[in-house]
Design a protein. Structure first.
Length: 362
């Protein structure tokens, strides 16, 4: 749907739903109440809602994240998921340019330099990574790490490549072992990229001795808005967003951001973004408002349909990873508006136990 805010929307109208005679139907099956316990350790998931760090004031210093990083490391997740598109999904989207060309340009990392350096396309690089990690040594050499970083770039997994770069001693962060000068430049720039994947997820992963991150974002529900509907869509959605809940949320954000450089400022922001009230505030200001906007073509309902689809697919990607690693702790880092939907959908899974951010961020 929206590839860029206000520009892209889902093409199809939402389904008509149940008839009036079915309105009172109550399902008898409740997966969230059928959680075992499983044999062995349960899967635990901590959803960390975050602002997008690239949008914070330029005066924000990454060092201020240290109290947050320490608490996340202390929780000891075994898997870390991020709001990034996987290289494999981007490869699929590149093969469908009529629908996804703008999404690819917005969200997908260019793997061409890494393919030139390694000789591997995205699927082949992903397969080679799996082969290597299946027999990865406890103490890999710097050469092995450099090569793996190059493979992650070829696979479209820039966050995981950054984990390998962080795990190398500073003196070993250089070219060679399939790392061309262009790839070294990409990795070096990643050391100062102002986003939550590089400054939080990769940093926590490296401190805990992980080899990779898990990119679980999903944009396969994206569609270009028909040209004749672009302006009407923009007007309808922005009008719905112009409500008292949005204004209150914006004012609260401004206060939190203004205090970021004060002692405890970062933790105060993350505690607020992950508080029980935050999900409802996001719904009232955004999705609840657009759901009821009255445009003849139901642009708001199309937008909400896109939003729910995207979150369902993101959660499915996480469940896929957990299914391959039973008994794991997963930290999943995502824009704060996703948090309520993540937790609601994850809680439907038989083998997922949610972890309150309150205890971890205390």
């Amino acid at each position: 749907m929206f590839v860029r805010l206000g520009s892209l929307i889902l093409l199809g109208l939402c389904s008509t739903g149940a008839s009036a005679g079915e309105a009172g139907y109550q399902r008898a099956f409740h997966p969230d109440q059928l959680k075992g316990p499983p044999a062995g350790r349960p899967n635990e998931v901590l959803v960390l809602g975050t602002p997008h760090l690239s949008g914070l004031p330029k005066t924000f210093q990454p060092a201020l994240l240290e109290p947050l990083l320490q608490r996340l490391v202390a929780w000891k997740p075994g898997l870390i998921a991020t709001e990034d598109l996987s290289g494999l999904q981007c490869d699929f989207m590149r093969r469908n340019p009529a629908r996804y060309s703008e999404s690819v340009a917005t969200y997908c990392f260019d793997t061409a330099p890494a393919q030139a350096a390694t000789g591997l396309d995205v699927p082949s690089a992903n397969a080679e990574i799996e082969r290597l990690l299946a027999a990865w040594p406890q103490q890999p050499s710097p050469s092995q790490r450099r090569h793996l970083a190059a493979l992650f770039l070829a696979a479209g997994e820039r966050g995981s490549a950054h984990v390998q770069w962080l795990r190398l001693p500073a003196a070993e962060r250089r070219g060679g072992d399939s790392l061309s000068p262009a790839l070294v430049e990409i990795l070096d720039k990643g050391m100062t990229r102002r986003n939550e994947t590089h400054l939080i997820a990769a940093e926590v992963a490296a401190r805990l001795g992980h080899e990779r991150l898990w990119a679980v974002d999903d944009h396969t529900a994206d569609s270009p808005t028909p040209a004749e509907d672009e302006e009407a869509t923009r007007v309808a959605i922005t009008a719905a967003w112009n409500n008292p809940h949005s204004q209150a949320r914006k004012a609260a954000d401004q206060r939190l951001v203004a205090d970021l450089d004060k002692p405890g400022g970062v933790l105060a922001l993350y505690r607020a973004y992950n508080s029980p009230a935050a999900a409802m505030a996001a719904y009232q200001s955004d999705f609840g408002a657009t759901l009821v906007e009255p445009s003849p073509k139901a642009f708001g309902r199309q937008y909400v349909g896109y939003w729910e689809t995207r979150n369902l697919r993101m959660v499915a990607n996480m469940r896929d990873v957990l299914g391959q690693h039973p008994g794991s702790r997963m930290l999943t880092i995502v824009g704060a508006s996703h948090k309520g939907y993540y937790e609601a959908y994850l809680n439907q899974m038989h083998d997922v136990q949610l972890v309150s951010a309150d205890a971890v961020l205390r």
